[in-house]
Design a protein around this ligand. Structure first.
Ligand SMILES: [Zn+2]
Ligand SMILES: [Zn+2]
Length: 174
């Protein structure tokens, strides 16, 4: 069975947001072979939903759930419909504090995954941009590359603009 496509999260298996599992989805009651691996933000506790119920919005509707914080997208001035697609119908990502879904060119960016060590080295060379550029200088990334581990602290989350292709990183620390 082929996974549903998520415009803003093109490879959720690679990022770890979706994993293979034999669970029954709490939303549709079916066994799809996959489950959402991260926390579902909802009033009642929901631990097992399948990617199909995320994609068609049924899990968001049934559990009044979201999969990432919608506030940064609202703050970025994105249209309501788009904010809902990202927060309610797209697998989220794991961050230390509150996850910030980046946007560019008037649209939400696609989440690529945790930055690799190569990505950090590229940042040191001026390739890519972090959301709070002022706080980070190229030499900081050179130092960071010496001890950086994906999903460590600081964590760098890689996004790509779906329009101009710009690579953007969000930074979070534990
Ligand atoms: Zn389901
Ligand atoms: Zn762009």
């Amino acid at each position: 069975m082929e996974l549903p496509k998520f415009r803003y999260h093109p490879d959720p298996i690679a990022t770890g947001a979706i994993e293979r599992s034999g669970i029954l989805c709490e939303c549709c009651g079916r066994k799809s072979g996959f489950r959402y691996a991260l926390s579902v933000y909802s009033a009642e506790e929901v631990s097992d939903v399948c990617p199909w119920c995320i994609q068609d919005g049924s899990a968001a509707k049934k559990f009044e759930a979201i999969f990432c914080d919608d506030y940064p997208l609202i703050e970025a001035g994105l249209p309501e419909e788009l904010v809902q697609e990202v927060s309610q119908r797209t697998p989220g990502f794991e961050s230390w504090q509150q996850e910030v879904w980046l946007s560019h060119c008037g649209d939400a960016c696609a989440f690529i995954g945790d930055a690799t060590k190569e990505d950090v080295l590229a940042l040191a060379e001026g390739v890519g941009r972090v959301e709070d550029q002022n706080l980070w200088k190229p030499e900081d990334f050179r130092k960071l590359a010496e001890y950086y581990e994906p999903k460590g602290s600081p964590a760098l989350y890689k996004f790509k603009c779906l329009h101009c292709g710009e690579i953007l990183y969000g930074i979070d620390m534990c």
